[in-house]
Design a protein around this ligand. Structure first.
Ligand SMILES: NC(=O)C1=CN([C@@H]2O[C@H](COP(=O)(O)OP(=O)(O)OC[C@H]3O[C@@H](n4cnc5c(N)ncnc54)[C@H](OP(=O)(O)O)[C@@H]3O)[C@@H](O)[C@H]2O)C=CC1
Ligand SMILES: N[C@@H](CC=O)C(=O)O
Length: 415
C-alpha cells in the first residue's frame, strides 16, 4: 500500500467543494507524481466537522473558509502543530501574513498561498521563484475578477452595475459578501501581498489606499469610448524615488479605477480574467494572465500548492527591507463636470486647473438643455495639486453637482 498524505479541508463553499472534487479526480496522477496518495481527512464547515479532530488526522490543512477569524487561529494552530497549510485567503495574509509566515519558518513547515492572488495566475510563484533575483520597480495588476467582469459587462452591453454584480455572484466570482470586491478592499489585500513579495518589505492592508467601482456609471464608459480608453480597476505597487518623497525612497501601493490606453498590457484583459504586469530593468516587463476567480479555477491553484507541499520544502523568508509606504503620487486624470451652460465656464475651469499647475490634454463638451457637460483628460500631475484644483472647481457657482474624476494610466511601458 502506498503511503497516504492526509489533507484537512476548512471550508466547503465555492472553492472548497471544487477542491474536494478535483482532489478526488486527480488522486492517481498525484500518487504517480509524488509517490504519496492524497486523501481527504476531514471537512469543516459551520455545521459539520471538528477542527481538532481534522488537525490531528492531517499532514496538511487547506484553508478556504475566508475571513480573518477563526481562520487566523486555525492556520496558526496548524503551523504550530507542524502541519503544512495552503490558503486562498488574501484578507488573512494581508493583515497577519508576517505572523503566519514567521510561524511557518519557526516550525519548519510550508505556508503556500498561490490562490490568494490572481486565482489560477501563478504570480506568487513568479515573484518568489522565477524573479527572485530581479530588482522589481513596479507591479501593476487587475487582481479582482468580479470588478473586471462587471466593468467588462457594463462596457459590452451597457448593463447596469447591479445586474452585472448579480451575475458575478451567480458565477461564483464574488466574495461571500461582495462589498470587498466592489469597494476595492479585495484587490488592496492582493496588492499588499504582491508588494510584500516584490519589494521584500512588510506591507499591511492598512497601508494600501483603495477606491472601488461603486461610483462608475455607464456614462463614464461611453465617454471612455470617445477618448479611446478602457476602464479597469487597477492595483499598483511601485518604488517611489526621491522627488515625491522628500529625499527618501519608498513604495506606494494603491488600487483605484483607471482608464487605460489600448496599448497598455492590461487594456485587453476582460471578464473574470486577472493579469499582472511586472517591470524590472533586468527583464523589462512580463505580463501573466488567466482566470482570476471561480471555484474550479481557484481549486486548481490550491491543489497545485498541495502537490508542491508534498514534494520539496519551501518557505516564505523574512523580509530584509523596511521601506516606507508613501501616498502622494502623480497621475493623469479624467474629469467629469456638469455645469450651467453659460459664457466663461470653460475659462474659469481652465484657470482653476492652471492655478494648481494642472494642464488639459483633451476636452469634450456636450450641451444638455440649459446645462452642459465638460469631460476632460488632464496631464499627469502630483495628486495633491489635482485635489486642490478640484476643491476650487467644486466651489464655482456654475457647478451643478460634485465634480467626478477617474485616474488615467498613460505612461509608456518598459523600464
Ligand atoms: N470564489 C473565488 O473565486 C475565490 C475565492 N478565494 C478565497 O477562497 C476562500 C473561500 O472562498 P469561497 O469558497 O468563495 O467562499 P464560500 O463562502 O463559498 O465558502 C466558505 C466556506 O467556509 C465555511 N466557513 C466560513 N466560515 C466558517 C467558520 N467560522 N467555521 C467553519 N466553516 C466556515 C463555509 O461554511 P458553510 O457552508 O457552513 O457556510 C463555507 O463552506 C476565501 O478566502 C476567498 O477570498 C480566492 C480566490 C478566488
Ligand atoms: N472575489 C474575488 C475572488 C478571487 O480572489 C475576485 O472576484 O477576484
Amino acid at each position: 500500500m502506498p503511503e497516504t498524505f492526509d489533507v484537512g479541508l476548512l471550508g466547503h463553499g465555492t472553492v472548497g467543494s471544487a477542491f474536494a472534487e478535483l482532489l478526488d479526480a486527480r488522486t492517481e496522477q498525484i500518487e504517480t507524481t509524488t509517490g504519496l496518495r492524497p486523501r481527504l481527512s476531514g471537512v469543516l464547515t459551520r455545521s459539520r466537522g471538528d477542527f481538532d479532530e481534522i488537525l490531528a488526522a492531517s499532514d496538511l490543512i487547506v484553508e478556504v473558509m475566508g475571513g480573518v477569524d477563526p481562520a487566523r487561529e486555525y492556520v496558526l494552530r496548524a503551523l504550530r502543530a507542524g502541519k503544512h497549510v495552503v490558503t486562498a485567503n488574501k484578507q488573512l495574509l494581508s493583515r497577519h501574513g508576517e505572523e503566519l509566515w514567521a510561524a511557518a519558518r519557526e516550525h519548519g513547515v510550508q505556508l503556500r498561498f498561490e490562490a490568494s492572488v490572481g486565482g489560477v495566475v501563478p504570480v506568487i510563484r513568479v515573484l518568489q521563484e522565477t524573479l527572485a533575483a530581479a530588482h522589481i520597480d513596479r507591479v501593476t495588476g487587475i487582481v479582482n475578477g468580479t470588478t473586471n467582469f462587471i466593468l467588462s459587462e457594463m462596457a459590452r452591453t451597457g448593463e447596469a452595475f447591479s445586474s452585472a454584480l448579480a451575475e458575478a455572484q451567480r458565477l461564483g466570482y464574488a466574495e461571500a459578501d461582495p462589498t470587498d470586491d466592489v469597494n476595492g478592499a479585495d484587490a488592496a489585500a492582493k496588492m499588499a501581498i504582491l508588494a510584500r513579495l516584490a519589494f521584500d518589505t512588510p506591507v499591511h492592508l492598512d497601508q494600501v489606499s483603495y477606491e472601488g467601482i461603486e461610483q462608475i456609471t455607464p456614462d463614464d464608459l461611453e465617454y471612455a469610448r470617445e477618448f479611446g480608453l478602457g476602464l479597469k480597476l487597477i492595483g499598483t505597487a511601485e518604488r517611489i524615488g526621491h522627488p515625491t518623497n522628500e529625499g527618501r525612497s519608498g513604495i506606494s501601493v494603491r488600487v483605484h479605477p483607471a482608464f487605460l490606453y489600448p496599448g497598455h498590457p492590461l487594456a485587453s484583459v476582460a471578464g473574470p480574467f486577472n493579469a499582472v504586469t511586472i517591470e524590472s530593468p533586468a527583464i523589462t516587463e512580463i505580463t501573466i494572465s488567466g482566470p482570476g476567480a471561480g471555484g474550479p479555477q481557484t481549486a486548481s491553484a490550491v491543489l497545485g500548492d498541495v502537490i508542491s507541499a508534498m514534494i520539496p520544502p519551501a518557505s516564505t523568508p523574512e523580509t530584509s527591507q523596511r521601506l516606507p509606504v508613501v501616498t502622494d503620487v502623480a497621475s493623469a486624470f479624467y474629469l467629469h463636470l456638469d455645469v450651467d451652460d453659460e459664457p466663461g465656464v470653460l475659462a474659469q475651469v481652465a484657470a482653476a486647473l492652471g492655478a494648481h499647475g494642472v494642464s488639459v490634454k483633451s476636452v469634450v463638451q456636450k450641451g444638455l438643455g440649459d446645462q452642459a457637460r465638460l469631460v476632460m483628460v488632464l496631464h499627469r500631475v502630483p495628486e495633491r495639486q489635482f485635489m486642490a484644483a478640484l476643491d476650487e472647481i467644486a466651489d464655482l457657482g456654475f457647478m451643478r453637482s460634485r465634480p467626478r474624476f477617474i485616474r488615467v494610466i498613460e505612461e509608456e511601458f518598459g523600464v
